[in-house]
Design a protein around this ligand. Structure first.
Ligand SMILES: [Zn+2]
Length: 377
């Protein structure tokens, strides 16, 4: 094949994928509307939507209402063409989510079941997954597989967890989680998965830092569809950056880590296995003085952390995890505190709340493989 033929083929592929992704994002559309939005010729769009219908990923979605003249025909995505499951493993529970071709939340289940490195635990995962797929009538041929989100350093080269303080694991084989599962499986660090969930609905050029403020602090650098791993899969381990020299002792052994000051536990304890942050913010918003003092100290330390990340990366910072999901309008306090530290007197509107308010890591783990699939349509 000549260079020219290869180039033409690549352009045709790229056009087809752009059309498909545009419909995934915007839903039911007419061919002229797609042509106009993507600045493509109508015959190019017509040929591609025809091909995509023949593959089964698009379907005829009827005619648009017309005020006169010929009614435009529309196409839409067959959202159930493929499914993907995400499983978040935590110390106290398991979360399963099911997503489809357009990244919707098809189903979600939270099961209280503490992690134990025992065969019975891994058998339980397999059983829960089977029941979850059966309940949603997911055919095996339509399931891309299962993505696991793990609170720890996931080494993609060795397929092992290098370390997980939360689960109490070191140099641990990941295959234990997927043993006996007949479909494809993959593994991601929890914060990386959260970042991936936020990035799935972002634009192709988007980049940001995802700051996960759960009962531990984590982070991930997201850049144009990829999460930066680093040389040892530790990129974004922001929880162990020291923000208070000689400060509180962290579970990692150091003193003054951001984890000790910016995790959700600084604001509210976990009761049973549920964070009580919602009621913390309720009391804070009702004028509770104890909560106000605690929040002020929290915001002061968090602002230092966010300022440092922003100085380093100069990009949007998305706050996720329990705090990002529960804080609501209190994000303004954080923005204000960061603005006071900013050398360039910039407005801190680059600090944003997460879009996924629940189970973002499980969704991210599911969406990772869905994204790989979408790229090759
Ligand atoms: Zn630490």
């Amino acid at each position: 094949m000549s260079l020219e033929e290869r180039t033409n083929r690549a352009i045709r592929r790229e056009n087809r994928n752009r059309i498909f992704r545009y419909i995934c994002k915007n839903g039911r559309l007419s061919n002229p509307a797609i042509a106009s939005a993507l600045k493509m010729s109508l015959p190019t769009v017509l040929q591609n939507t025809k091909d995509l219908k023949a593959c089964g990923v698009l379907y005829d979605a009827g005619e648009l209402d017309s005020t006169g003249g010929r009614k435009a025909r529309t196409v839409d995505v067959c959202a159930d063409y493929r499914y993907s499951v995400g499983i978040n493993i935590s110390r106290t529970h398991i979360v399963m989510v099911l997503t489809n071709l357009v990244g919707e939340n098809v189903d979600r289940e939270r099961i209280d079941h503490p992690f134990r490195d025992e065969d019975a635990y891994y058998r339980k995962i397999k059983k829960l997954l089977q029941e979850f797929c059966n309940r949603n009538s997911v055919k095996k041929s339509r399931l891309l597989g299962v993505g696991f989100s793990i609170p720890g350093i996931v080494n993609q080269n060795t397929n092992r967890i290098d370390r997980s303080h939360v689960l109490g694991l070191k140099d641990f084989p990941l295959e234990k989680f997927s043993e006996g599962i007949s479909c494809k499986s993959w593994f991601m660090n929890e914060a990386n998965a959260g970042a991936f969930a936020e990035g799935f609905h972002a634009g192709p050029e988007d980049h940001f830092f995802y700051l996960s403020l759960d009962d531990t602090v984590g982070g991930a650098v997201y850049d144009r569809g990829q999460v930066l791993n680093g040389d040892h899969f530790r990129s974004g381990e922001i929880g162990h950056v020291i923000i208070v020299p000689n400060g509180k002792r962290c579970y990692c052994g150091q003193r003054g880590c951001s984890d000790s000051y910016c995790s959700s536990l600084f604001l509210a304890p976990i009761e049973g296995d549920q964070p009580t942050l919602g009621s913390f913010f309720d009391r804070l918003n009702e004028g509770g003085s104890k909560e106000a003092d605690r929040w002020e100290e929290y915001v002061h330390n968090l602002a230092i952390l966010i300022h440092n990340i922003h100085m380093m990366l100069d990009c949007d910072i998305i706050i996720g995890g329990y705090v990002g999901s529960a804080m609501g309008d209190r994000i303004e306090d954080i923005r204000k505190a960061v603005e006071e530290l900013d050398l360039f007197e910039q407005e801190a509107s680059y600090i944003r709340s997460c879009v996924f308010k629940i189970s973002e890591s499980a969704f991210g783990a599911a969406l990772f493989e869905m994204e790989q699939f979408l790229r090759q349509v």
